[in-house]
Ligand binder design. Structure first.
Ligand SMILES: C[S@@+](CC[C@H](N)C(=O)[O-])C[C@H]1O[C@@H](n2cnc3c(N)ncnc32)[C@H](O)[C@@H]1O
Length: 364
């Protein structure tokens, strides 16, 4: 594992009143654009449209059946007994969607007679539902965590190449990486149509802002595209880095398991809610990534012989959660690795805590 000097990690965002970047240099324009990339942690989720669509219509139906069983104290034992065989797939104590602020819509006042009952949901369907429930949770690095991450990864990044964010949400990492790091292209792959659409809007806003600031920079005479540009995490580029921003940021609405990763040089995965997906992801990446490609993920390691751990940044260093950086190296074949995420709570301890959580829910 490479020993890097331990930088003084940032612990918070810069004060809002910090002087805005002066936009009369390429570095100033870059800083202003980075500042303008919006966070999406608290974005409004158009649930109705999401849950009425395709595979998520069934997700909503099963979720409502599960939530009714959870909310009814008389059915609590049955509810817990259905979850118990699938604890490896539950993120936290109880699934996110069924909780008070979860993804599911309110029930109608009168339940239709044909409303799905939990008893009609098979174990296999419930397990898949739990996987989807974890995948749909939204979270992202705060700006200062992203800055830490770029500082951490920059020593490994060679200019050129393609960065990919698998599960790119509202596109904050993709757009910020295209600004801060010397990639030829940064690509985001997002499953949910509404998140992809919001990311596309944010991309358009960023490009419009870039066009305006670059037009200002071109007064009284346009600078040469070859004028040097110092990147914030170290390394040098030229003004082309900003002039070609549109071609350097790509966003796709796609399932990451179907994404072409064969030209990637860094794959970023905010995998904190992807515990049940880690082995399948490791398998895909081992088979499809080019040799030497970097992979970084959060919270859960990528334990597969095709990946060498370059660095582990423990929680509360780069970010609130741990960050792993790997390199794709060696053969992808060989004996299948044992399950890597080791996310298997003790069932009795889980049940005691889950009952306490249910009681707190009843009392609220
Ligand atoms: C924790 S968020 C991270 C967003 C972004 N990468 C960031 O760090 O700011 C994970 C995202 O992955 C998306 N996602 C979940 N499963 C996916 C899949 N199979 N393919 C593509 N995206 C997926 C979710 O919709 C969500 O937007």
């Amino acid at each position: 594992m490479a020993e890097l000097p331990s930088p003084a990690w940032r612990r918070a965002d810069r004060a809002a009143e910090a002087a805005p970047a002066a936009c009369d240099t390429p570095e100033g324009v870059l800083a202003a654009l980075l500042d303008s990339v919006e966070g999406g942690e608290l974005h409004v989720r158009p649930l109705r449209a999401l849950l009425d669509s395709g595979r998520f219509a069934r997700f909503a139906e099963i979720g409502l059946a599960l939530r009714r069983a959870f909310r009814d104290p008389a059915r609590r034992d049955y509810f817990l007994s259905r979850l118990r065989p699938h604890l490896r797939y539950v993120i936290g104590l109880l699934p996110a969607s069924i909780q008070r602020h979860g993804m599911l819509p309110p029930e109608p006042a009168v339940l239709p007679p044909d409303a799905l009952q939990l008893e009609q949901v098979s174990d296999a369907e419930l397990r898949q539902w739990l996987v989807d429930d974890g995948s749909l949770i939204y979270g992202e690095f705060q700006r200062y965590e992203l800055e830490n991450y770029f500082d951490a990864i920059a020593p490994y990044v060679a200019p050129g190449g393609e960065m990919m964010d698998l599960g790119s949400g509202l596109g904050k990492v993709v757009m910020s990486a295209a600004l801060a790091l010397p990639f030829a292209r940064c690509t985001g792959v997002e499953l949910l149509p509404y998140r992809h659409a919001m990311a596309m809007e944010r991309r358009a806003q960023l490009l419009a802002r870039a066009a305006g600031l670059l037009a200002g920079l071109a007064q009284p005479a346009p600078p040469s595209p070859d004028v040097p540009l110092a990147l914030p995490s170290g390394g040098a580029a030229t003004l082309r880095h900003l002039l070609e921003l549109e071609a350097r940021i790509a966003l796709r609405e796609q399932n990451m398991f179907e994404a072409d990763v064969s030209r990637a040089s860094l794959v970023f995965i905010y995998s904190t809610c992807f515990a049940p997906l880690m082995d399948a992801l490791a398998d895909k990446l081992a088979r499809e990534l080019p040799q030497g490609c970097l992979v970084s993920c959060t919270t859960f390691p990528l334990s597969h012989p095709a990946f060498r751990l370059l660095h582990h940044f423990p929680s509360n260093s780069v970010a609130w959660t741990s960050v792993f950086v790997y390199q794709r190296i060696g053969a992808a074949d060989g004996p299948p690795p044992s399950p890597a995420y080791l996310y298997a709570p003790d069932p009795d301890e889980w049940e005691a805590s889950a009952r306490a959580e249910c009681a707190a829910y009843d009392a609220a």
